[in-house]
Structure formats: structure tokens, C-alpha cells
Design a protein around this ligand. Structure first.
Ligand code: FCB
Length: 518
């Protein structure tokens, strides 16, 4: 599965042998081809085509065109030297109406994708649900309807039967907290509802979907199949003693509301009642299904949240009201960097979450299934993308991950978000997270400096010292800047030569008016 040699330069942080280095994407964010080969409509098609919902009116209609270009994208993975690829399967390609008739052409696409990965010795890591509910199911109540969880289990079982023995790891759901919260409570994501009761119902039904799907998949998958879930977790830091309680409540409502049911079969008592599913929705046996043992836990980590007491009528710079918590704000602490999306950069947060998970589920294999940052990337006149911020971000977080392993955490792999720039949900194409720069006008892919950095990590299974004196940054500089053309060129694949950063013709770029974590 791994290409890494397990060696690494002297003084570097070595990762354990067999550590799985990968890269992450999701279907709606990269595939495009939304009307092709019988694909049905999803809630993100509807949402992105609704005026005012996505920055600049961007949609995933074309995205990175990976539905057609996936073979080229294998080249990007190969150039990075990764041993795993996390992608997602679009439900509405396989079952255009969410249930009923199977669309063979959709299924065949993923069969080809998976086969191509395996031929290249790259472990396929498939996410069953990365936020694209078939619109037909939303029309029947979406995740607020218990029936959707049953339809999801049928869909997952179909995938397990058809593709199961070829997939190395299955991730039932990606960040169900965002699907419930942004999708049904604050409305910044599809389907754009703003109703506490719907969100509470969606929370339970997403968890139930995970539980039912896990059971259904286990029944048909070969023994030893790996099934897990990816949760977005962020430490909530209290700025002052006075805000300690608010921080604990926020932690219950944002992190533990999904973590606790999966690990322990209960909802966190500290969360406010209106966010928790009412007991009438929880049927006997639900919590047992939801907490059936997983083979691994996927962690999506980007940033911590800082909270303190604050005046909503008189906000200070960097403060944002913490929704539904009057008198409490989130804020950007002085001295801590943040990304262009306002996400605080704090690698210690990753270390803390990993340690906390290890305490809570001792020995459970953990995978970082997402980690990365958006930056104002651009192609310079020499055709390079010198994304120093991203190299720093990755370096800091890999250092934190390495320390967590040193301190006994069973961390088994790392999948940065993202392999390439893509459709960043409500932010559209303005937020670039990729290791590869995508020129959306021509669909050319261009390795950024971070791709050179990450390839070195994945290939050596170690984090090089980036100390200037050691030649680390200089060496990367030289490679990325073309001083070592061979090293840099090795990252580019056919058709991926340098390109300008011209915007897609169809999508005008306007100021962002959207909020939310994506
Ligand atoms: C996560 C999503 C992923 C991507 C990153 C930036 O919440 O799972 O699709 O958008 O954020």
C-alpha cells in the first residue's frame, strides 16, 4: 500500500513503517460532468444554482472535470508518491433518484477509478457520503426523514457488494456535523434549511445512517474490511475562566454531538436540548447500531475555536457571535496566524485532538482524513506557485502528528486536503486548498511548492528538517523554483505544465457574502 521507504534524512522525524500517506478529494468538488452518464440531481446542484448561495455564482458543473480526467489525476498521485487516495462516490451517479434503479454507467465509473488506483498500487479509500444527497430524497424530507437513513444503508450495501473487495477503506460519512448544522440549521450549505428541529432530526438520522450502513456493509464485505467515519473535530479553547462553561457547551454541540454517539452510544448531556434529537425520534436499538465498533476513526482537522464573553452589539476586531449563545463570541487571539478564510492556524490543536481521541478510544486506529489550508495562490511569471503558507501549515501539522505518535497515539495515516484546488462549497473557486494548482480555464494542473514538500514527506516517510541551515527550505525552494528542474518537473504530469491563473470565463469573482466553516 505504501511507497515510502521508511528511511528519511538524518535528523528528520520518521513516521512508523507502513504509515499511509494519501491525498483527499470529494466527488462534487472535483468531478464536474453533472449531466453525464445518467447522473441524477443532488442537493448541491440545486443549491449552487440558487442565486446568492455560492460565492460568485460558482457551481460544480465543471469543477476540475475529474470525471473525464481521472486518469491524468492518477499521474498527480503517482508524482506525489502517495499510497492512498481518498475520494467520494456521488450517490446520484449510482442511484439517480437515491433508491430504485441502479445506474450502471455511474457504478462503472467508480469501478474504473478504483481499478486504476489499484493498478498503480494506490489504496482506494472511498467516502460513501460527502454531502451530495440525491435531490429526490431531499424532496421526501432529506436527512430530517428517518427513511433517508434506510435508503443510505441500501446504497452503501450496494457499493459494498459491487466494489467492496476492491476498496481498502470505507468511510461512511464525511463530517455529518457540517451536513446537519450548515445544511439544516444555519443554511449555508445544501439544502439550505434554517430550522433547529430539522437539524436535530438530521443529526440523529445521519448517525443512524452510519450505523445502519456499517451493519449492512459488514454483512457483505469480506472479513477484515475496514469501515470508519470522518468527523471534523476542533478543540474549543476558552479565552477566560468566565467563558469556560460556554466552551464546554460549544464542545458538546460541535464535537461531541457526533463523536459520543459513535464511540459510546449516547448524546452529550451538556448540549442544549434544542440541538439534540428528541427522544421520540430515537427508536430502541438505534444507539447500539450507531455505536457498533468502527475499524478506524477519520479525523478532519483544520483549526481550533477560541471563545470568550463578548458584546454582540459592540464586537471587537476578529470577534464573531457564537450562534445561539448570546453574550459569547469566537475570536482570533492575538499572535496566532489565521488563513485567508479566517481559520486559526494552531498545530497544537491537532496534537490535542489526537491525544484526546486516543484517551477516549484507546488503541483505535486514527487517520487524519483531512488537513490543509486555503491560501491566495497564484502562478508567478516563471510559472511557479510558491505557496509558502501551505508548506508551513503542513510542516507544522505533520510535526504535531509525529509528536502525537511519539506519545503513543495510534495514528496510521495522513490525507491532506486537497490533492488539487476545487469547488470549495459555498466559497466557490476562490478558496484554493490544493497541492496542485488548477487553472479552471484550461484544466491544467500545476504542482505547487507544497506538492514538492509533500512528495518528499510521502516518499521518505519522514518529515524533513526545514531548518534553513539544513538546506531544507532552500532545497525545496530550489526544486520549486526550477533550480532543480528535474525534481520539480517530476511532479508535473503530461498536460500539467505551467499556466496562468486566469479565472474561469463563466464564473465572475465577486466579494464573498457567505459564512460558515466552508
Ligand atoms: C471540510 C470538507 C471538505 C473541504 C474542507 C476544506 O469541511 O469536508 O470537503 O471543503 O472542509
Amino acid at each position: 500500500m505504501n511507497r515510502n521507504s521508511g528511511d528519511g534524512a538524518p535528523g528528520a522525524h520518521r513516521f512508523p513503517p507502513g504509515f499511509l500517506w494519501g491525498a483527499s478529494t470529494s466527488a462534487y468538488q472535483i468531478e464536474g460532468a453533472v449531466h453525464e452518464d445518467g447522473r441524477g440531481q443532488s442537493i448541491w446542484d440545486t443549491f449552487s444554482h440558487t442565486p446568492g448561495k455560492v460565492h460568485g455564482g460558482d457551481t460544480g458543473d465543471i469543477a476540475c472535470d475529474s470525471y473525464h480526467r481521472y486518469e491524468d489525476d492518477f499521474g498527480l498521485l503517482g508524482a506525489l508518491g502517495v499510497g492512498g487516495y481518498r475520494f467520494s462516490i456521488a450517490w446520484s451517479r449510482v442511484l439517480p433518484s437515491g433508491d430504485g434503479e441502479v445506474n450502471q454507467r455511474g457504478l462503472d465509473h467508480y469501478r474504473r477509478l478504483i481499478a486504476g488506483l489499484r493498478e498503480r498500487d494506490i489504496a482506494p479509500v472511498a467516502t460513501v457520503y460527502h454531502w451530495e444527497l440525491p435531490q429526490a430524497l431531499e424532496d421526501r424530507g432529506g436527512w430530517a426523514n428517518r427513511d433517508t437513513a434506510c435508503r443510505f444503508a441500501e446504497y452503501a450495501e450496494l457499493l459494498a457488494r459491487e466494489l467492496g473487495d476492491q476498496v481498502a477503506m470505507w468511510i461512511t460519512l464525511n463530517e455529518p456535523q457540517q451536513a446537519a448544522d450548515q445544511g439544516y440549521r444555519i443554511g449555508t450549505h445544501a439544502p439550505g434549511k434554517t430550522d433547529m428541529a430539522l437539524a436535530a432530526a438530521a443529526t440523529h438520522h445521519l448517525l443512524l445512517a452510519h450505523g445502519l450502513a456499517t451493519a449492512a456493509m459488514r454483512a457483505v464485505l469480506p472479513s477484515g474490511a475496514q469501515i470508519g467515519i470522518s468527523l471534523d473535530l476542533h478543540p474549543i479553547r476558552a479565552g477566560t475562566d468566565a467563558s469556560a462553561h460556554a466552551a464546554e457547551v460549544a464542545d458538546a454541540e460541535q464535537n461531541r454531538i457526533f463523536l459520543e454517539p459513535v464511540l459510546h452510544g449516547s448524546y452529550p448531556g451538556l448540549a442544549r436540548a434544542e440541538l439534540l434529537p428528541p427522544s421520540a425520534l430515537i427508536e430502541p436499538g438505534d444507539m447500539t447500531l450507531i455505536s457498533a465498533p468502527v475499524d478506524f476513526l477519520g479525523l478532519n482537522y483544520y483549526s481550533p475555536h477560541y471563545v470568550r464573553l463578548g458584546d454582540w452589539e459592540d464586537l471587537r476586531r476578529g470577534e464573531t457571535p457564537l450562534a445561539d449563545h448570546p453574550g459569547v463570541v469566537t475570536y482570533l487571539p492575538d499572535g496566532l496566524p489565521h488563513t485567508i478564510m479566517g481559520w486559526i492556524v494552531e498545530p497544537d490543536g491537532l496534537y490535542d485532538v489526537l491525544r484526546a481521541l486516543d484517551r477516549e478510544a484507546p488503541g483505535l486506529p486514527l487517520y487524519i482524513t483531512e488537513n490543509g489550508c486555503a491560501a491566495d495562490d497564484y502562478v508567478d511569471p516563471e510559472g511557479r506557485v510558491n505557496d509558502f503558507e501551505r508548506v508551513d501549515y503542513l510542516e507544522g501539522h505533520l510535526d504535531a502528528a509525529w509528536h502525537a505518535i511519539e506519545d503513543g497515539v495510534n495514528l496510521a495515516g495522513y490525507f491532506p486536503w486537497s490533492l488539487m484546488d476545487n469547488f470549495e462549497w459555498a466559497r466557490g473557486y476562490q478558496c484554493r486548498f490544493g497541492l496542485y494548482y488548477v487553472d479552471f480555464g484550461t484544466q491544467r494542473r500545476l504542482p505547487k511548492k507544497s506538492a514538492a514538500f509533500y512528495a518528499e514527506v510521502a516518499r521518505s516517510n519522514s518529515l524533513p528538517s526545514l531548518d534553513k541551515g539544513d538546506g531544507g527550505v532552500d532545497r525545496l525552494d530550489a526544486a520549486a523554483a526550477g533550480g532543480d528542474r528535474a525534481a520539480y518537473a517530476a511532479l508535473a504530469t503530461d498536460g500539467c505544465e505551467s499556466s496562468s491563473s486566469s479565472p474561469r470565463s463563466s464564473a465572475a469573482r465577486k466579494a464573498s457574502t457567505t459564512t460558515g466553516s466552508n
